[in-house]
Design a protein around this ligand. Sequence first.
Ligand code: GDP
Ligand code: MG
Length: 162
Amino acid sequence: MLPVIALVGRPNVGKSTLFNRLTRTRDALVADFPGLTRDRKYGQADYDGYEFIVVDTGGIDGSEEGIETEMAEQSLLAIEEADIVLFLVDARAGMTAADQAIAQHLRRQEKKSFIVANKTDGIDADSSCAEFYQLALGDIHQIAAAHGRGVTQLLEATLGPI
Ligand code: GDP
Ligand code: MG
């Protein structure tokens, strides 16, 4: 069984850009994965030797209500069925209330979760990313999904060296 990696985060942080990069080497949409729905997009990835199933989600909108209403149901399901959760945040936009709500949900799960700060191209990434340590989910993994920066290092950190 390949490990299942879910991409979650609020809209516009770059989940689909990362999904497309991870699956680009193959015509990879998985049609017969158990639990397939049109709200969660599954791809098979073979990236730098790392093989896994990756799940894109539509995004989790931030509202002032409780986490159940803030997190789209399909994102909650994607988290549930995943072995590993990559929680994307936007290094340019900075931390938002939606990011904090998602982090709170993930901290309560027994799930390997990693914070991934995307869009680190062309900015002072270390200082932009420092505030995300407040989300209390460990290290901040810096990437630029649009350019591929940091993606292999992210997979090594999440799946282990190969
Ligand atoms: P999603 O809503 O989380 O799926 O986000 P998308 O993948 O649709 O990306 C939202 C926007 O962010 C698009 O305009 C992307 O081109 C842009 N974007 C994604 N990754 C990067 C990146 O690494 N650097 C920069 N500068 N922009 C990015
Ligand atoms: Mg998307």
